[in-house]
Design a protein around this ligand. Sequence first.
Ligand SMILES: Cc1ncc(COP(=O)(O)O)c(C=O)c1O
Length: 427
Amino acid sequence: MRTFPSGVTHDIRYVSPFPIYVERAQGSRKWDVDGNEYVDYVMGHGALFLGHTHPEITQAVVDQAGRGTHYGANHRLELEWGERVKGLVPSAEEVRFTSSGTEATLMAVRLARAYTGRDKLLKFDHHFHGWQDYVVGVRVAESDSPRSPGIPDGTLATTISVPQNNLSLVEERLQEGDVAAVILEPTGASWGTLPIRHEFLAGLRELTSRHNAVLIFDEVVTGFRVSPGGVQARYGVTPDLTTLAKILAGGLPGGAVAGKTDILSMLEFRDDAGWNAGLRVAHPGTFNANPLSAAAGSTMLAQVATAEHHRHADRLNERLITQLNRVIQRAGVPGGAYGLASYSHILLGKEAPRPAGGIEWPEDASEPARMSASVTSALKRGMLNHGVDLMGGSGGFTSGVHTENDIDVTTEAFEATVGEMRAEGIV
Ligand SMILES: Cc1ncc(COP(=O)(O)O)c(C=O)c1O
């Protein structure tokens, strides 16, 4: 008798032969129903930049719950929250809150289409933007039209997917004059699993401006993480629109589209019945900017602004990646670990150059190979057995509350897991 398909409520939580059930969490740790303790690198799928049950965020949510969870009206905290986004994110001239990252990318694409009067969306292979119809298709073979069950061909035909890091391909497509927007994860596919070359961002900025297409940075993962102002602040490339979620809402549900006033104005009411009825982009959403998310999010962003937690999380991530690479080297198995700021990725069973100084994938190396599903699931399982929960089985997030001890415990777990995987002939 089952309640959920495959026993899970999010694809990434699927673990063979069975997933863990967690009962409580605190700081960098969580405990399952059998009392097993885990160092957590899932960190709320990247939302918990200050760890589980951070005292100030918890207090803000509890206080707000006592004052009301939904006013069906504007409220002070949503303004405070929006102002904080504007203060941190360079492209954020105006902000619109949504209930998730998927809703944020859906709205960004719609705004871009309405603003430009064009239909096509240009995205990059393997870049993830949530589960809405325009972005989930997977490109098959040489065709540049994505495919996905349950989505009409006509919808999929409006999305073009091309490999990342190739500006000439983008230019070729933009020259046709029908592309409304270019959307990407600005540190590369799957939060930097396939890292983007830095000059690619500046190149996209120049090409989209020249061809009047809207440039959308999907900073759902990278926003407030790779720097307080995200990728755009770190590398000095400002998109037209930015999609945000995860850290934005302090561990509660929430997302946002932020960007140029010109484009966000597609949402505004005007003293013009024709505009309001037929040209304006409508945007309801029962839980947009709900007071609990606003309380958690605003408290989180106040903490993010100082960059103090970034220094801590980034330093521990560097320690983690360095130690994981030493384990891989000692074990003599193919692979490497790399990352950026406070996220890490592990590649096992494939030859990989290891970062030389720092933690980033070497710029002059070709793109990392993708790890096979069987190796990923063996790694996830092995690490769980040794008390560590990785995000999706091949990496994760450090936070402002991880400790050196967490990293050392993780290194030991990794050493044991790699040894077992080698003994079983998996790597
Ligand atoms: C880059 C990116 N965009 C969008 C999303 C979708 O966000 P949500 O899960 O809040 O719908 C995700 C989720 O992981 C993401 O990583």
